[in-house]
Unconditional design. Structure first.
Length: 88
């Protein structure tokens, strides 16, 4: 019986294809990781901006309440048309 000293060309081609597929897969994992990190950073920025906007909304609501209270003191028992400023 003669010992083989080399794998077949088909086997070698299969091994090389697997290596190439592995390299492509590894590269794609790297690309996706970078994309994921960028998206996570963008999401952090969006959440920070949302927090700022929510804070601003709260402050505006407080000012609105203060102004309404002031107007009620100055103009009790009347309605104010907010478009024209007329009292009724």
């Amino acid at each position: 019986m003669i010992k083989e000293t080399k794998i077949t060309d088909e086997e070698l081609a299969e091994v090389r294809q697997l290596q190439q597929d592995f390299q492509i897969n590894t590269y794609q994992i790297g690309e996706l990781s970078i994309i994921k990190r960028n998206v996570e950073n963008q999401l952090k920025e969006i959440n920070t901006e949302l927090d700022n906007q929510y804070s601003t909304t709260g402050k505006l609501q407080e000012k609105e309440t203060e102004l309404i209270d002031k107007l009620k003191t100055s103009y009790p028992d009347v309605s104010i048309n907010l478009e024209t400023g007329e009292l009724s």
